[in-house]
Design a binder for this molecule. Structure first.
Ligand SMILES: NC(=O)c1ccc[n+]([C@@H]2O[C@H](COP(=O)([O-])OP(=O)(O)OC[C@H]3O[C@@H](n4cnc5c(N)ncnc54)[C@H](OP(=O)(O)O)[C@@H]3O)[C@@H](O)[C@H]2O)c1
Length: 221
């Protein structure tokens, strides 16, 4: 797959390094192209660096990995993205995680979709960049689940492949309308982590989610 990356920071580094190792063709783009060239050199595996516009034009899939405040500017520099597969990993949040920067309107993912006309998939926003660098991210014997929210099946299929390439498991998070719930849930979880709590401990196993234990599909013979 050809992957264009908008941004040359930590998330770009973490995810693009993994995908390049898996044999994908990576092009990093940044508002300061020299930063993209430096990151591409560090990634190796044929990765190249340049402008945001070059990275956007290159990718079958484009990863948007800039801070939420820079999204508008980065997309303007990236040029047309209509109909393209665009992964949104942004988190419109900040300490003390009491409200989202988007609290007065649509989700970040919806705003990005409306601004570009791209086939947006919300993904990879739920964990710290250090987790995406793990090979693979497995905790207590379980591979990390990665929720995806999007409306376009072809785009979702491409992002599922990229999730699997990290050694993670794609989770069906529903359509893009649910991306706002994911953004809020992430901010809530991060607030718990920052407070020293373990968000994983609040989730019962799926068979208990509806109250009474129930049989899961894999239990039915
Ligand atoms: N870090 C994490 O653990 C993590 C986890 C999940 C999701 N995320 C989300 O992922 C996104 C990227 O985070 P990061 O940690 O990779 O950030 P980062 O290391 O600070 O890198 C941010 C990138 O955005 C670029 N940028 C900022 N403002 C811009 C603008 N106006 N126009 C063009 N480019 C601009 C920066 O360019 P310059 O170098 O030129 O400033 C840099 O390349 C954020 O939305 C964040 O919420 C982060």
């Amino acid at each position: 797959m050809r992957i264009g990356v908008l941004g040359a920071g930590d998330m770009a580094d973490a995810l693009a390094t993994q995908w390049a190792r898996k044999g994908h063709d990576v092009r990093i783009g940044a508002r300061t192209p020299a930063k993209a060239v430096t990151l591409a050199g560090r990634i190796g595996h044929g990765a190249a660096g340049g402008t945001l516009r070059e990275a956007a034009a290159f990718g079958d899939v484009v990863l948007l990995a800039v801070w939420y405040e820079g999204v508008h500017d980065a997309l303007r520099q990236a040029g047309p993205l209509t109909g393209r597969v665009l992964i949104d990993c942004t988190n419109p949040m900040e300490p003390p995680f009491e409200r989202l920067k988007t609290h007065d309107g649509p989700s970040a993912a919806r705003r990005i979709a409306d601004a570009t006309g791209a086939r947006v998939v919300k993904a990879f926003s739920t964990c710290h960049e250090s987790v995406w660098r793990m090979t693979p991210p497995v905790f207590g014997g379980r591979p990390l689940g990665v929720p995806l929210c999007g409306d376009d099946e072809e785009a979702l299929a491409a992002v599922r492949t990229l999730v699997s390439d990290l050694g993670c498991v794609p989770l069906d998070g529903g359509g893009l309308e649910r991306a706002g719930l994911l953004e809020a849930a992430t901010a809530f979880m991060v607030g718990l982590w920052v407070a020293g709590e373990d968000p994983a401990s609040m989730l019962p196993p799926p068979e208990y989610a509806g109250g009474e234990p129930r049989r899961l599909p894999q239990d039915v013979s």
